[in-house]
Design a protein. Sequence first.
Lengths: 104, 104
Amino acid sequence: MGRGKIAIKRINDSTNRQVTFSKRRSGLLKKARELSILCDAEMGVIVFSCTGKLYDFASSSMQSVLERYKELRDEGNQLFNPASEIKSQDRSFRKSMPWMQRSL
Amino acid sequence: MGRGKIAIKRINDSTNRQVTFSKRRSGLLKKARELSILCDAEMGVIVFSCTGKLYDFASSSMQSVLERYKELRDEGNQLFNPASEIKSQDRSFRKSMPWMQRSL
DNA sequence: GCCACTATCTATAAACC
DNA sequence: TGGTTTATAGATAGTGG
């Protein structure tokens, strides 16, 4: 969008990259906020800038989103009950996440 | 965007809400992917539909994003070293997140 | 590195299959 | 219920201060 079309690849010029990051980051967070409100969806967005600064959005609270994410991952993992029904998921989220076990 | 303008408030009609969710979710994930590539930013997006289905995107891996998020939260919390320098953050992320302590 | 402008590009609300 | 089309709203690339 804008005066010219750009290819989706890393922007080499750091100044331009920073400007684009600022613009698109705010656009992304706005879209996230709108989606959560319009569709009553729980969601979270976490973004780190190149300089390590954090920007985020959570419809409820990030804690709630991450807890729910972890629960769904645990279910998908079926670490302790491999025979039980597996909830359908679109993508490959059934990989083990031992680093998150017992964190709550 | 579209034939008509809509207010940013919960869509009451469930069919319409579902359609909008589907469209805007894919748009959001696309934007997230573009931002991460264009600006070389590490990021993660987690979305739950009304029906509880999970959709997400992570530039690297969700594990990496969440670990980094936790680390930054811990720094900001300064739970064990309140006198040390506090990294600047835009928003109110310095609330305690005891539920995440010692999870890694 | 940040705000304003605006020509253009993209996302999407409705309509239609 | 899920794709396709189309007009329009919205996002943003390039530019200037």
